[in-house]
Design a protein around this ligand. Sequence first.
Ligand code: AMP
Length: 294
Amino acid sequence: MLRIALPNKGRLADQSRDLFAEAGLNVLANGERALVASLGDVFEALFVRAQDIPEFVADGAADAGVTGLDLIAESSRELVELTDLGFGQCRLAVAVREDASVCSVAEIPGGARVATVFPAVTSRFFAERLRADLEIVPMSGAAEVAPHLGIAEVIVDLVSTGSTLRVNGLREVETILTSTARLVTSPAVMAPNGNGEAGEKARALDDLVAALTSVLRARGQRYVMANVPRSKLEAIKTVLPGLNGPTVVDILNGGDQVAVHAVVPASAIYRKIAELKALGAQGILVTRIERLMP
Ligand code: AMP
């Protein structure tokens, strides 16, 4: 059995569950608040807070986990990143009051107080920038209110759309890191066995990564099928480049028509359909793809 720690609530929870379900690993929970649930195959999910996941994985309470790069960095634990899952995008940024005359970390007045839920990442960042003179005020949440309460002049906080900063009269000056959800494991799980081969768990995680990345890759792509005049195939090739050029299939009693199939970026579908129609395509069919393994 492989135990995968997944966020039990917050921004990453639903997207993690959806991704695993699309990869064929459905949560078979004994109720909404279950701590452990089977995911099918050799996998079981452990639902915990996203910020605790680096610890659980590093300590071996879970074999792998999904959590944000921001939380991985803050934990300061040694973990092995298996793949970037792409969702949960945000940045950890330094912000000051809108009316402050500061445009960079170098310009922050000496001795200023910096409120943050990310004290470890923040102090490493300031040390690299030779700003160890700034005082870090650790908080357990809502760092954006600290300047109003007079307990800090600067904050380091996660920013997604930027609206929380704006509402609180704050302005971003620098980005410390950009974050997305990652699948991580521990060095112990990845360590080769006595014969120098990958262990059973590492191989199962390899298969998991292949499954999850095939779903992520497929999400942005569509499968297009259309009947087109054989005489237009050269032009069709430029419209539907596909993975290796379109697949061309004979149609029984199709006359001069052949069927073309190709994988096309979802963002290009609108334009591709118009171009296919202009080339005389008929019976155009666009479908979603569940998995894509080039
Ligand atoms: P926004 O107003 O969209 O910039 O969101 C900022 C607020 O949402 C901050 O208070 C953050 O703590 C939180 N936040 C934004 N993105 C994330 C994320 N990916 N994971 C966790 N918290 C986030």
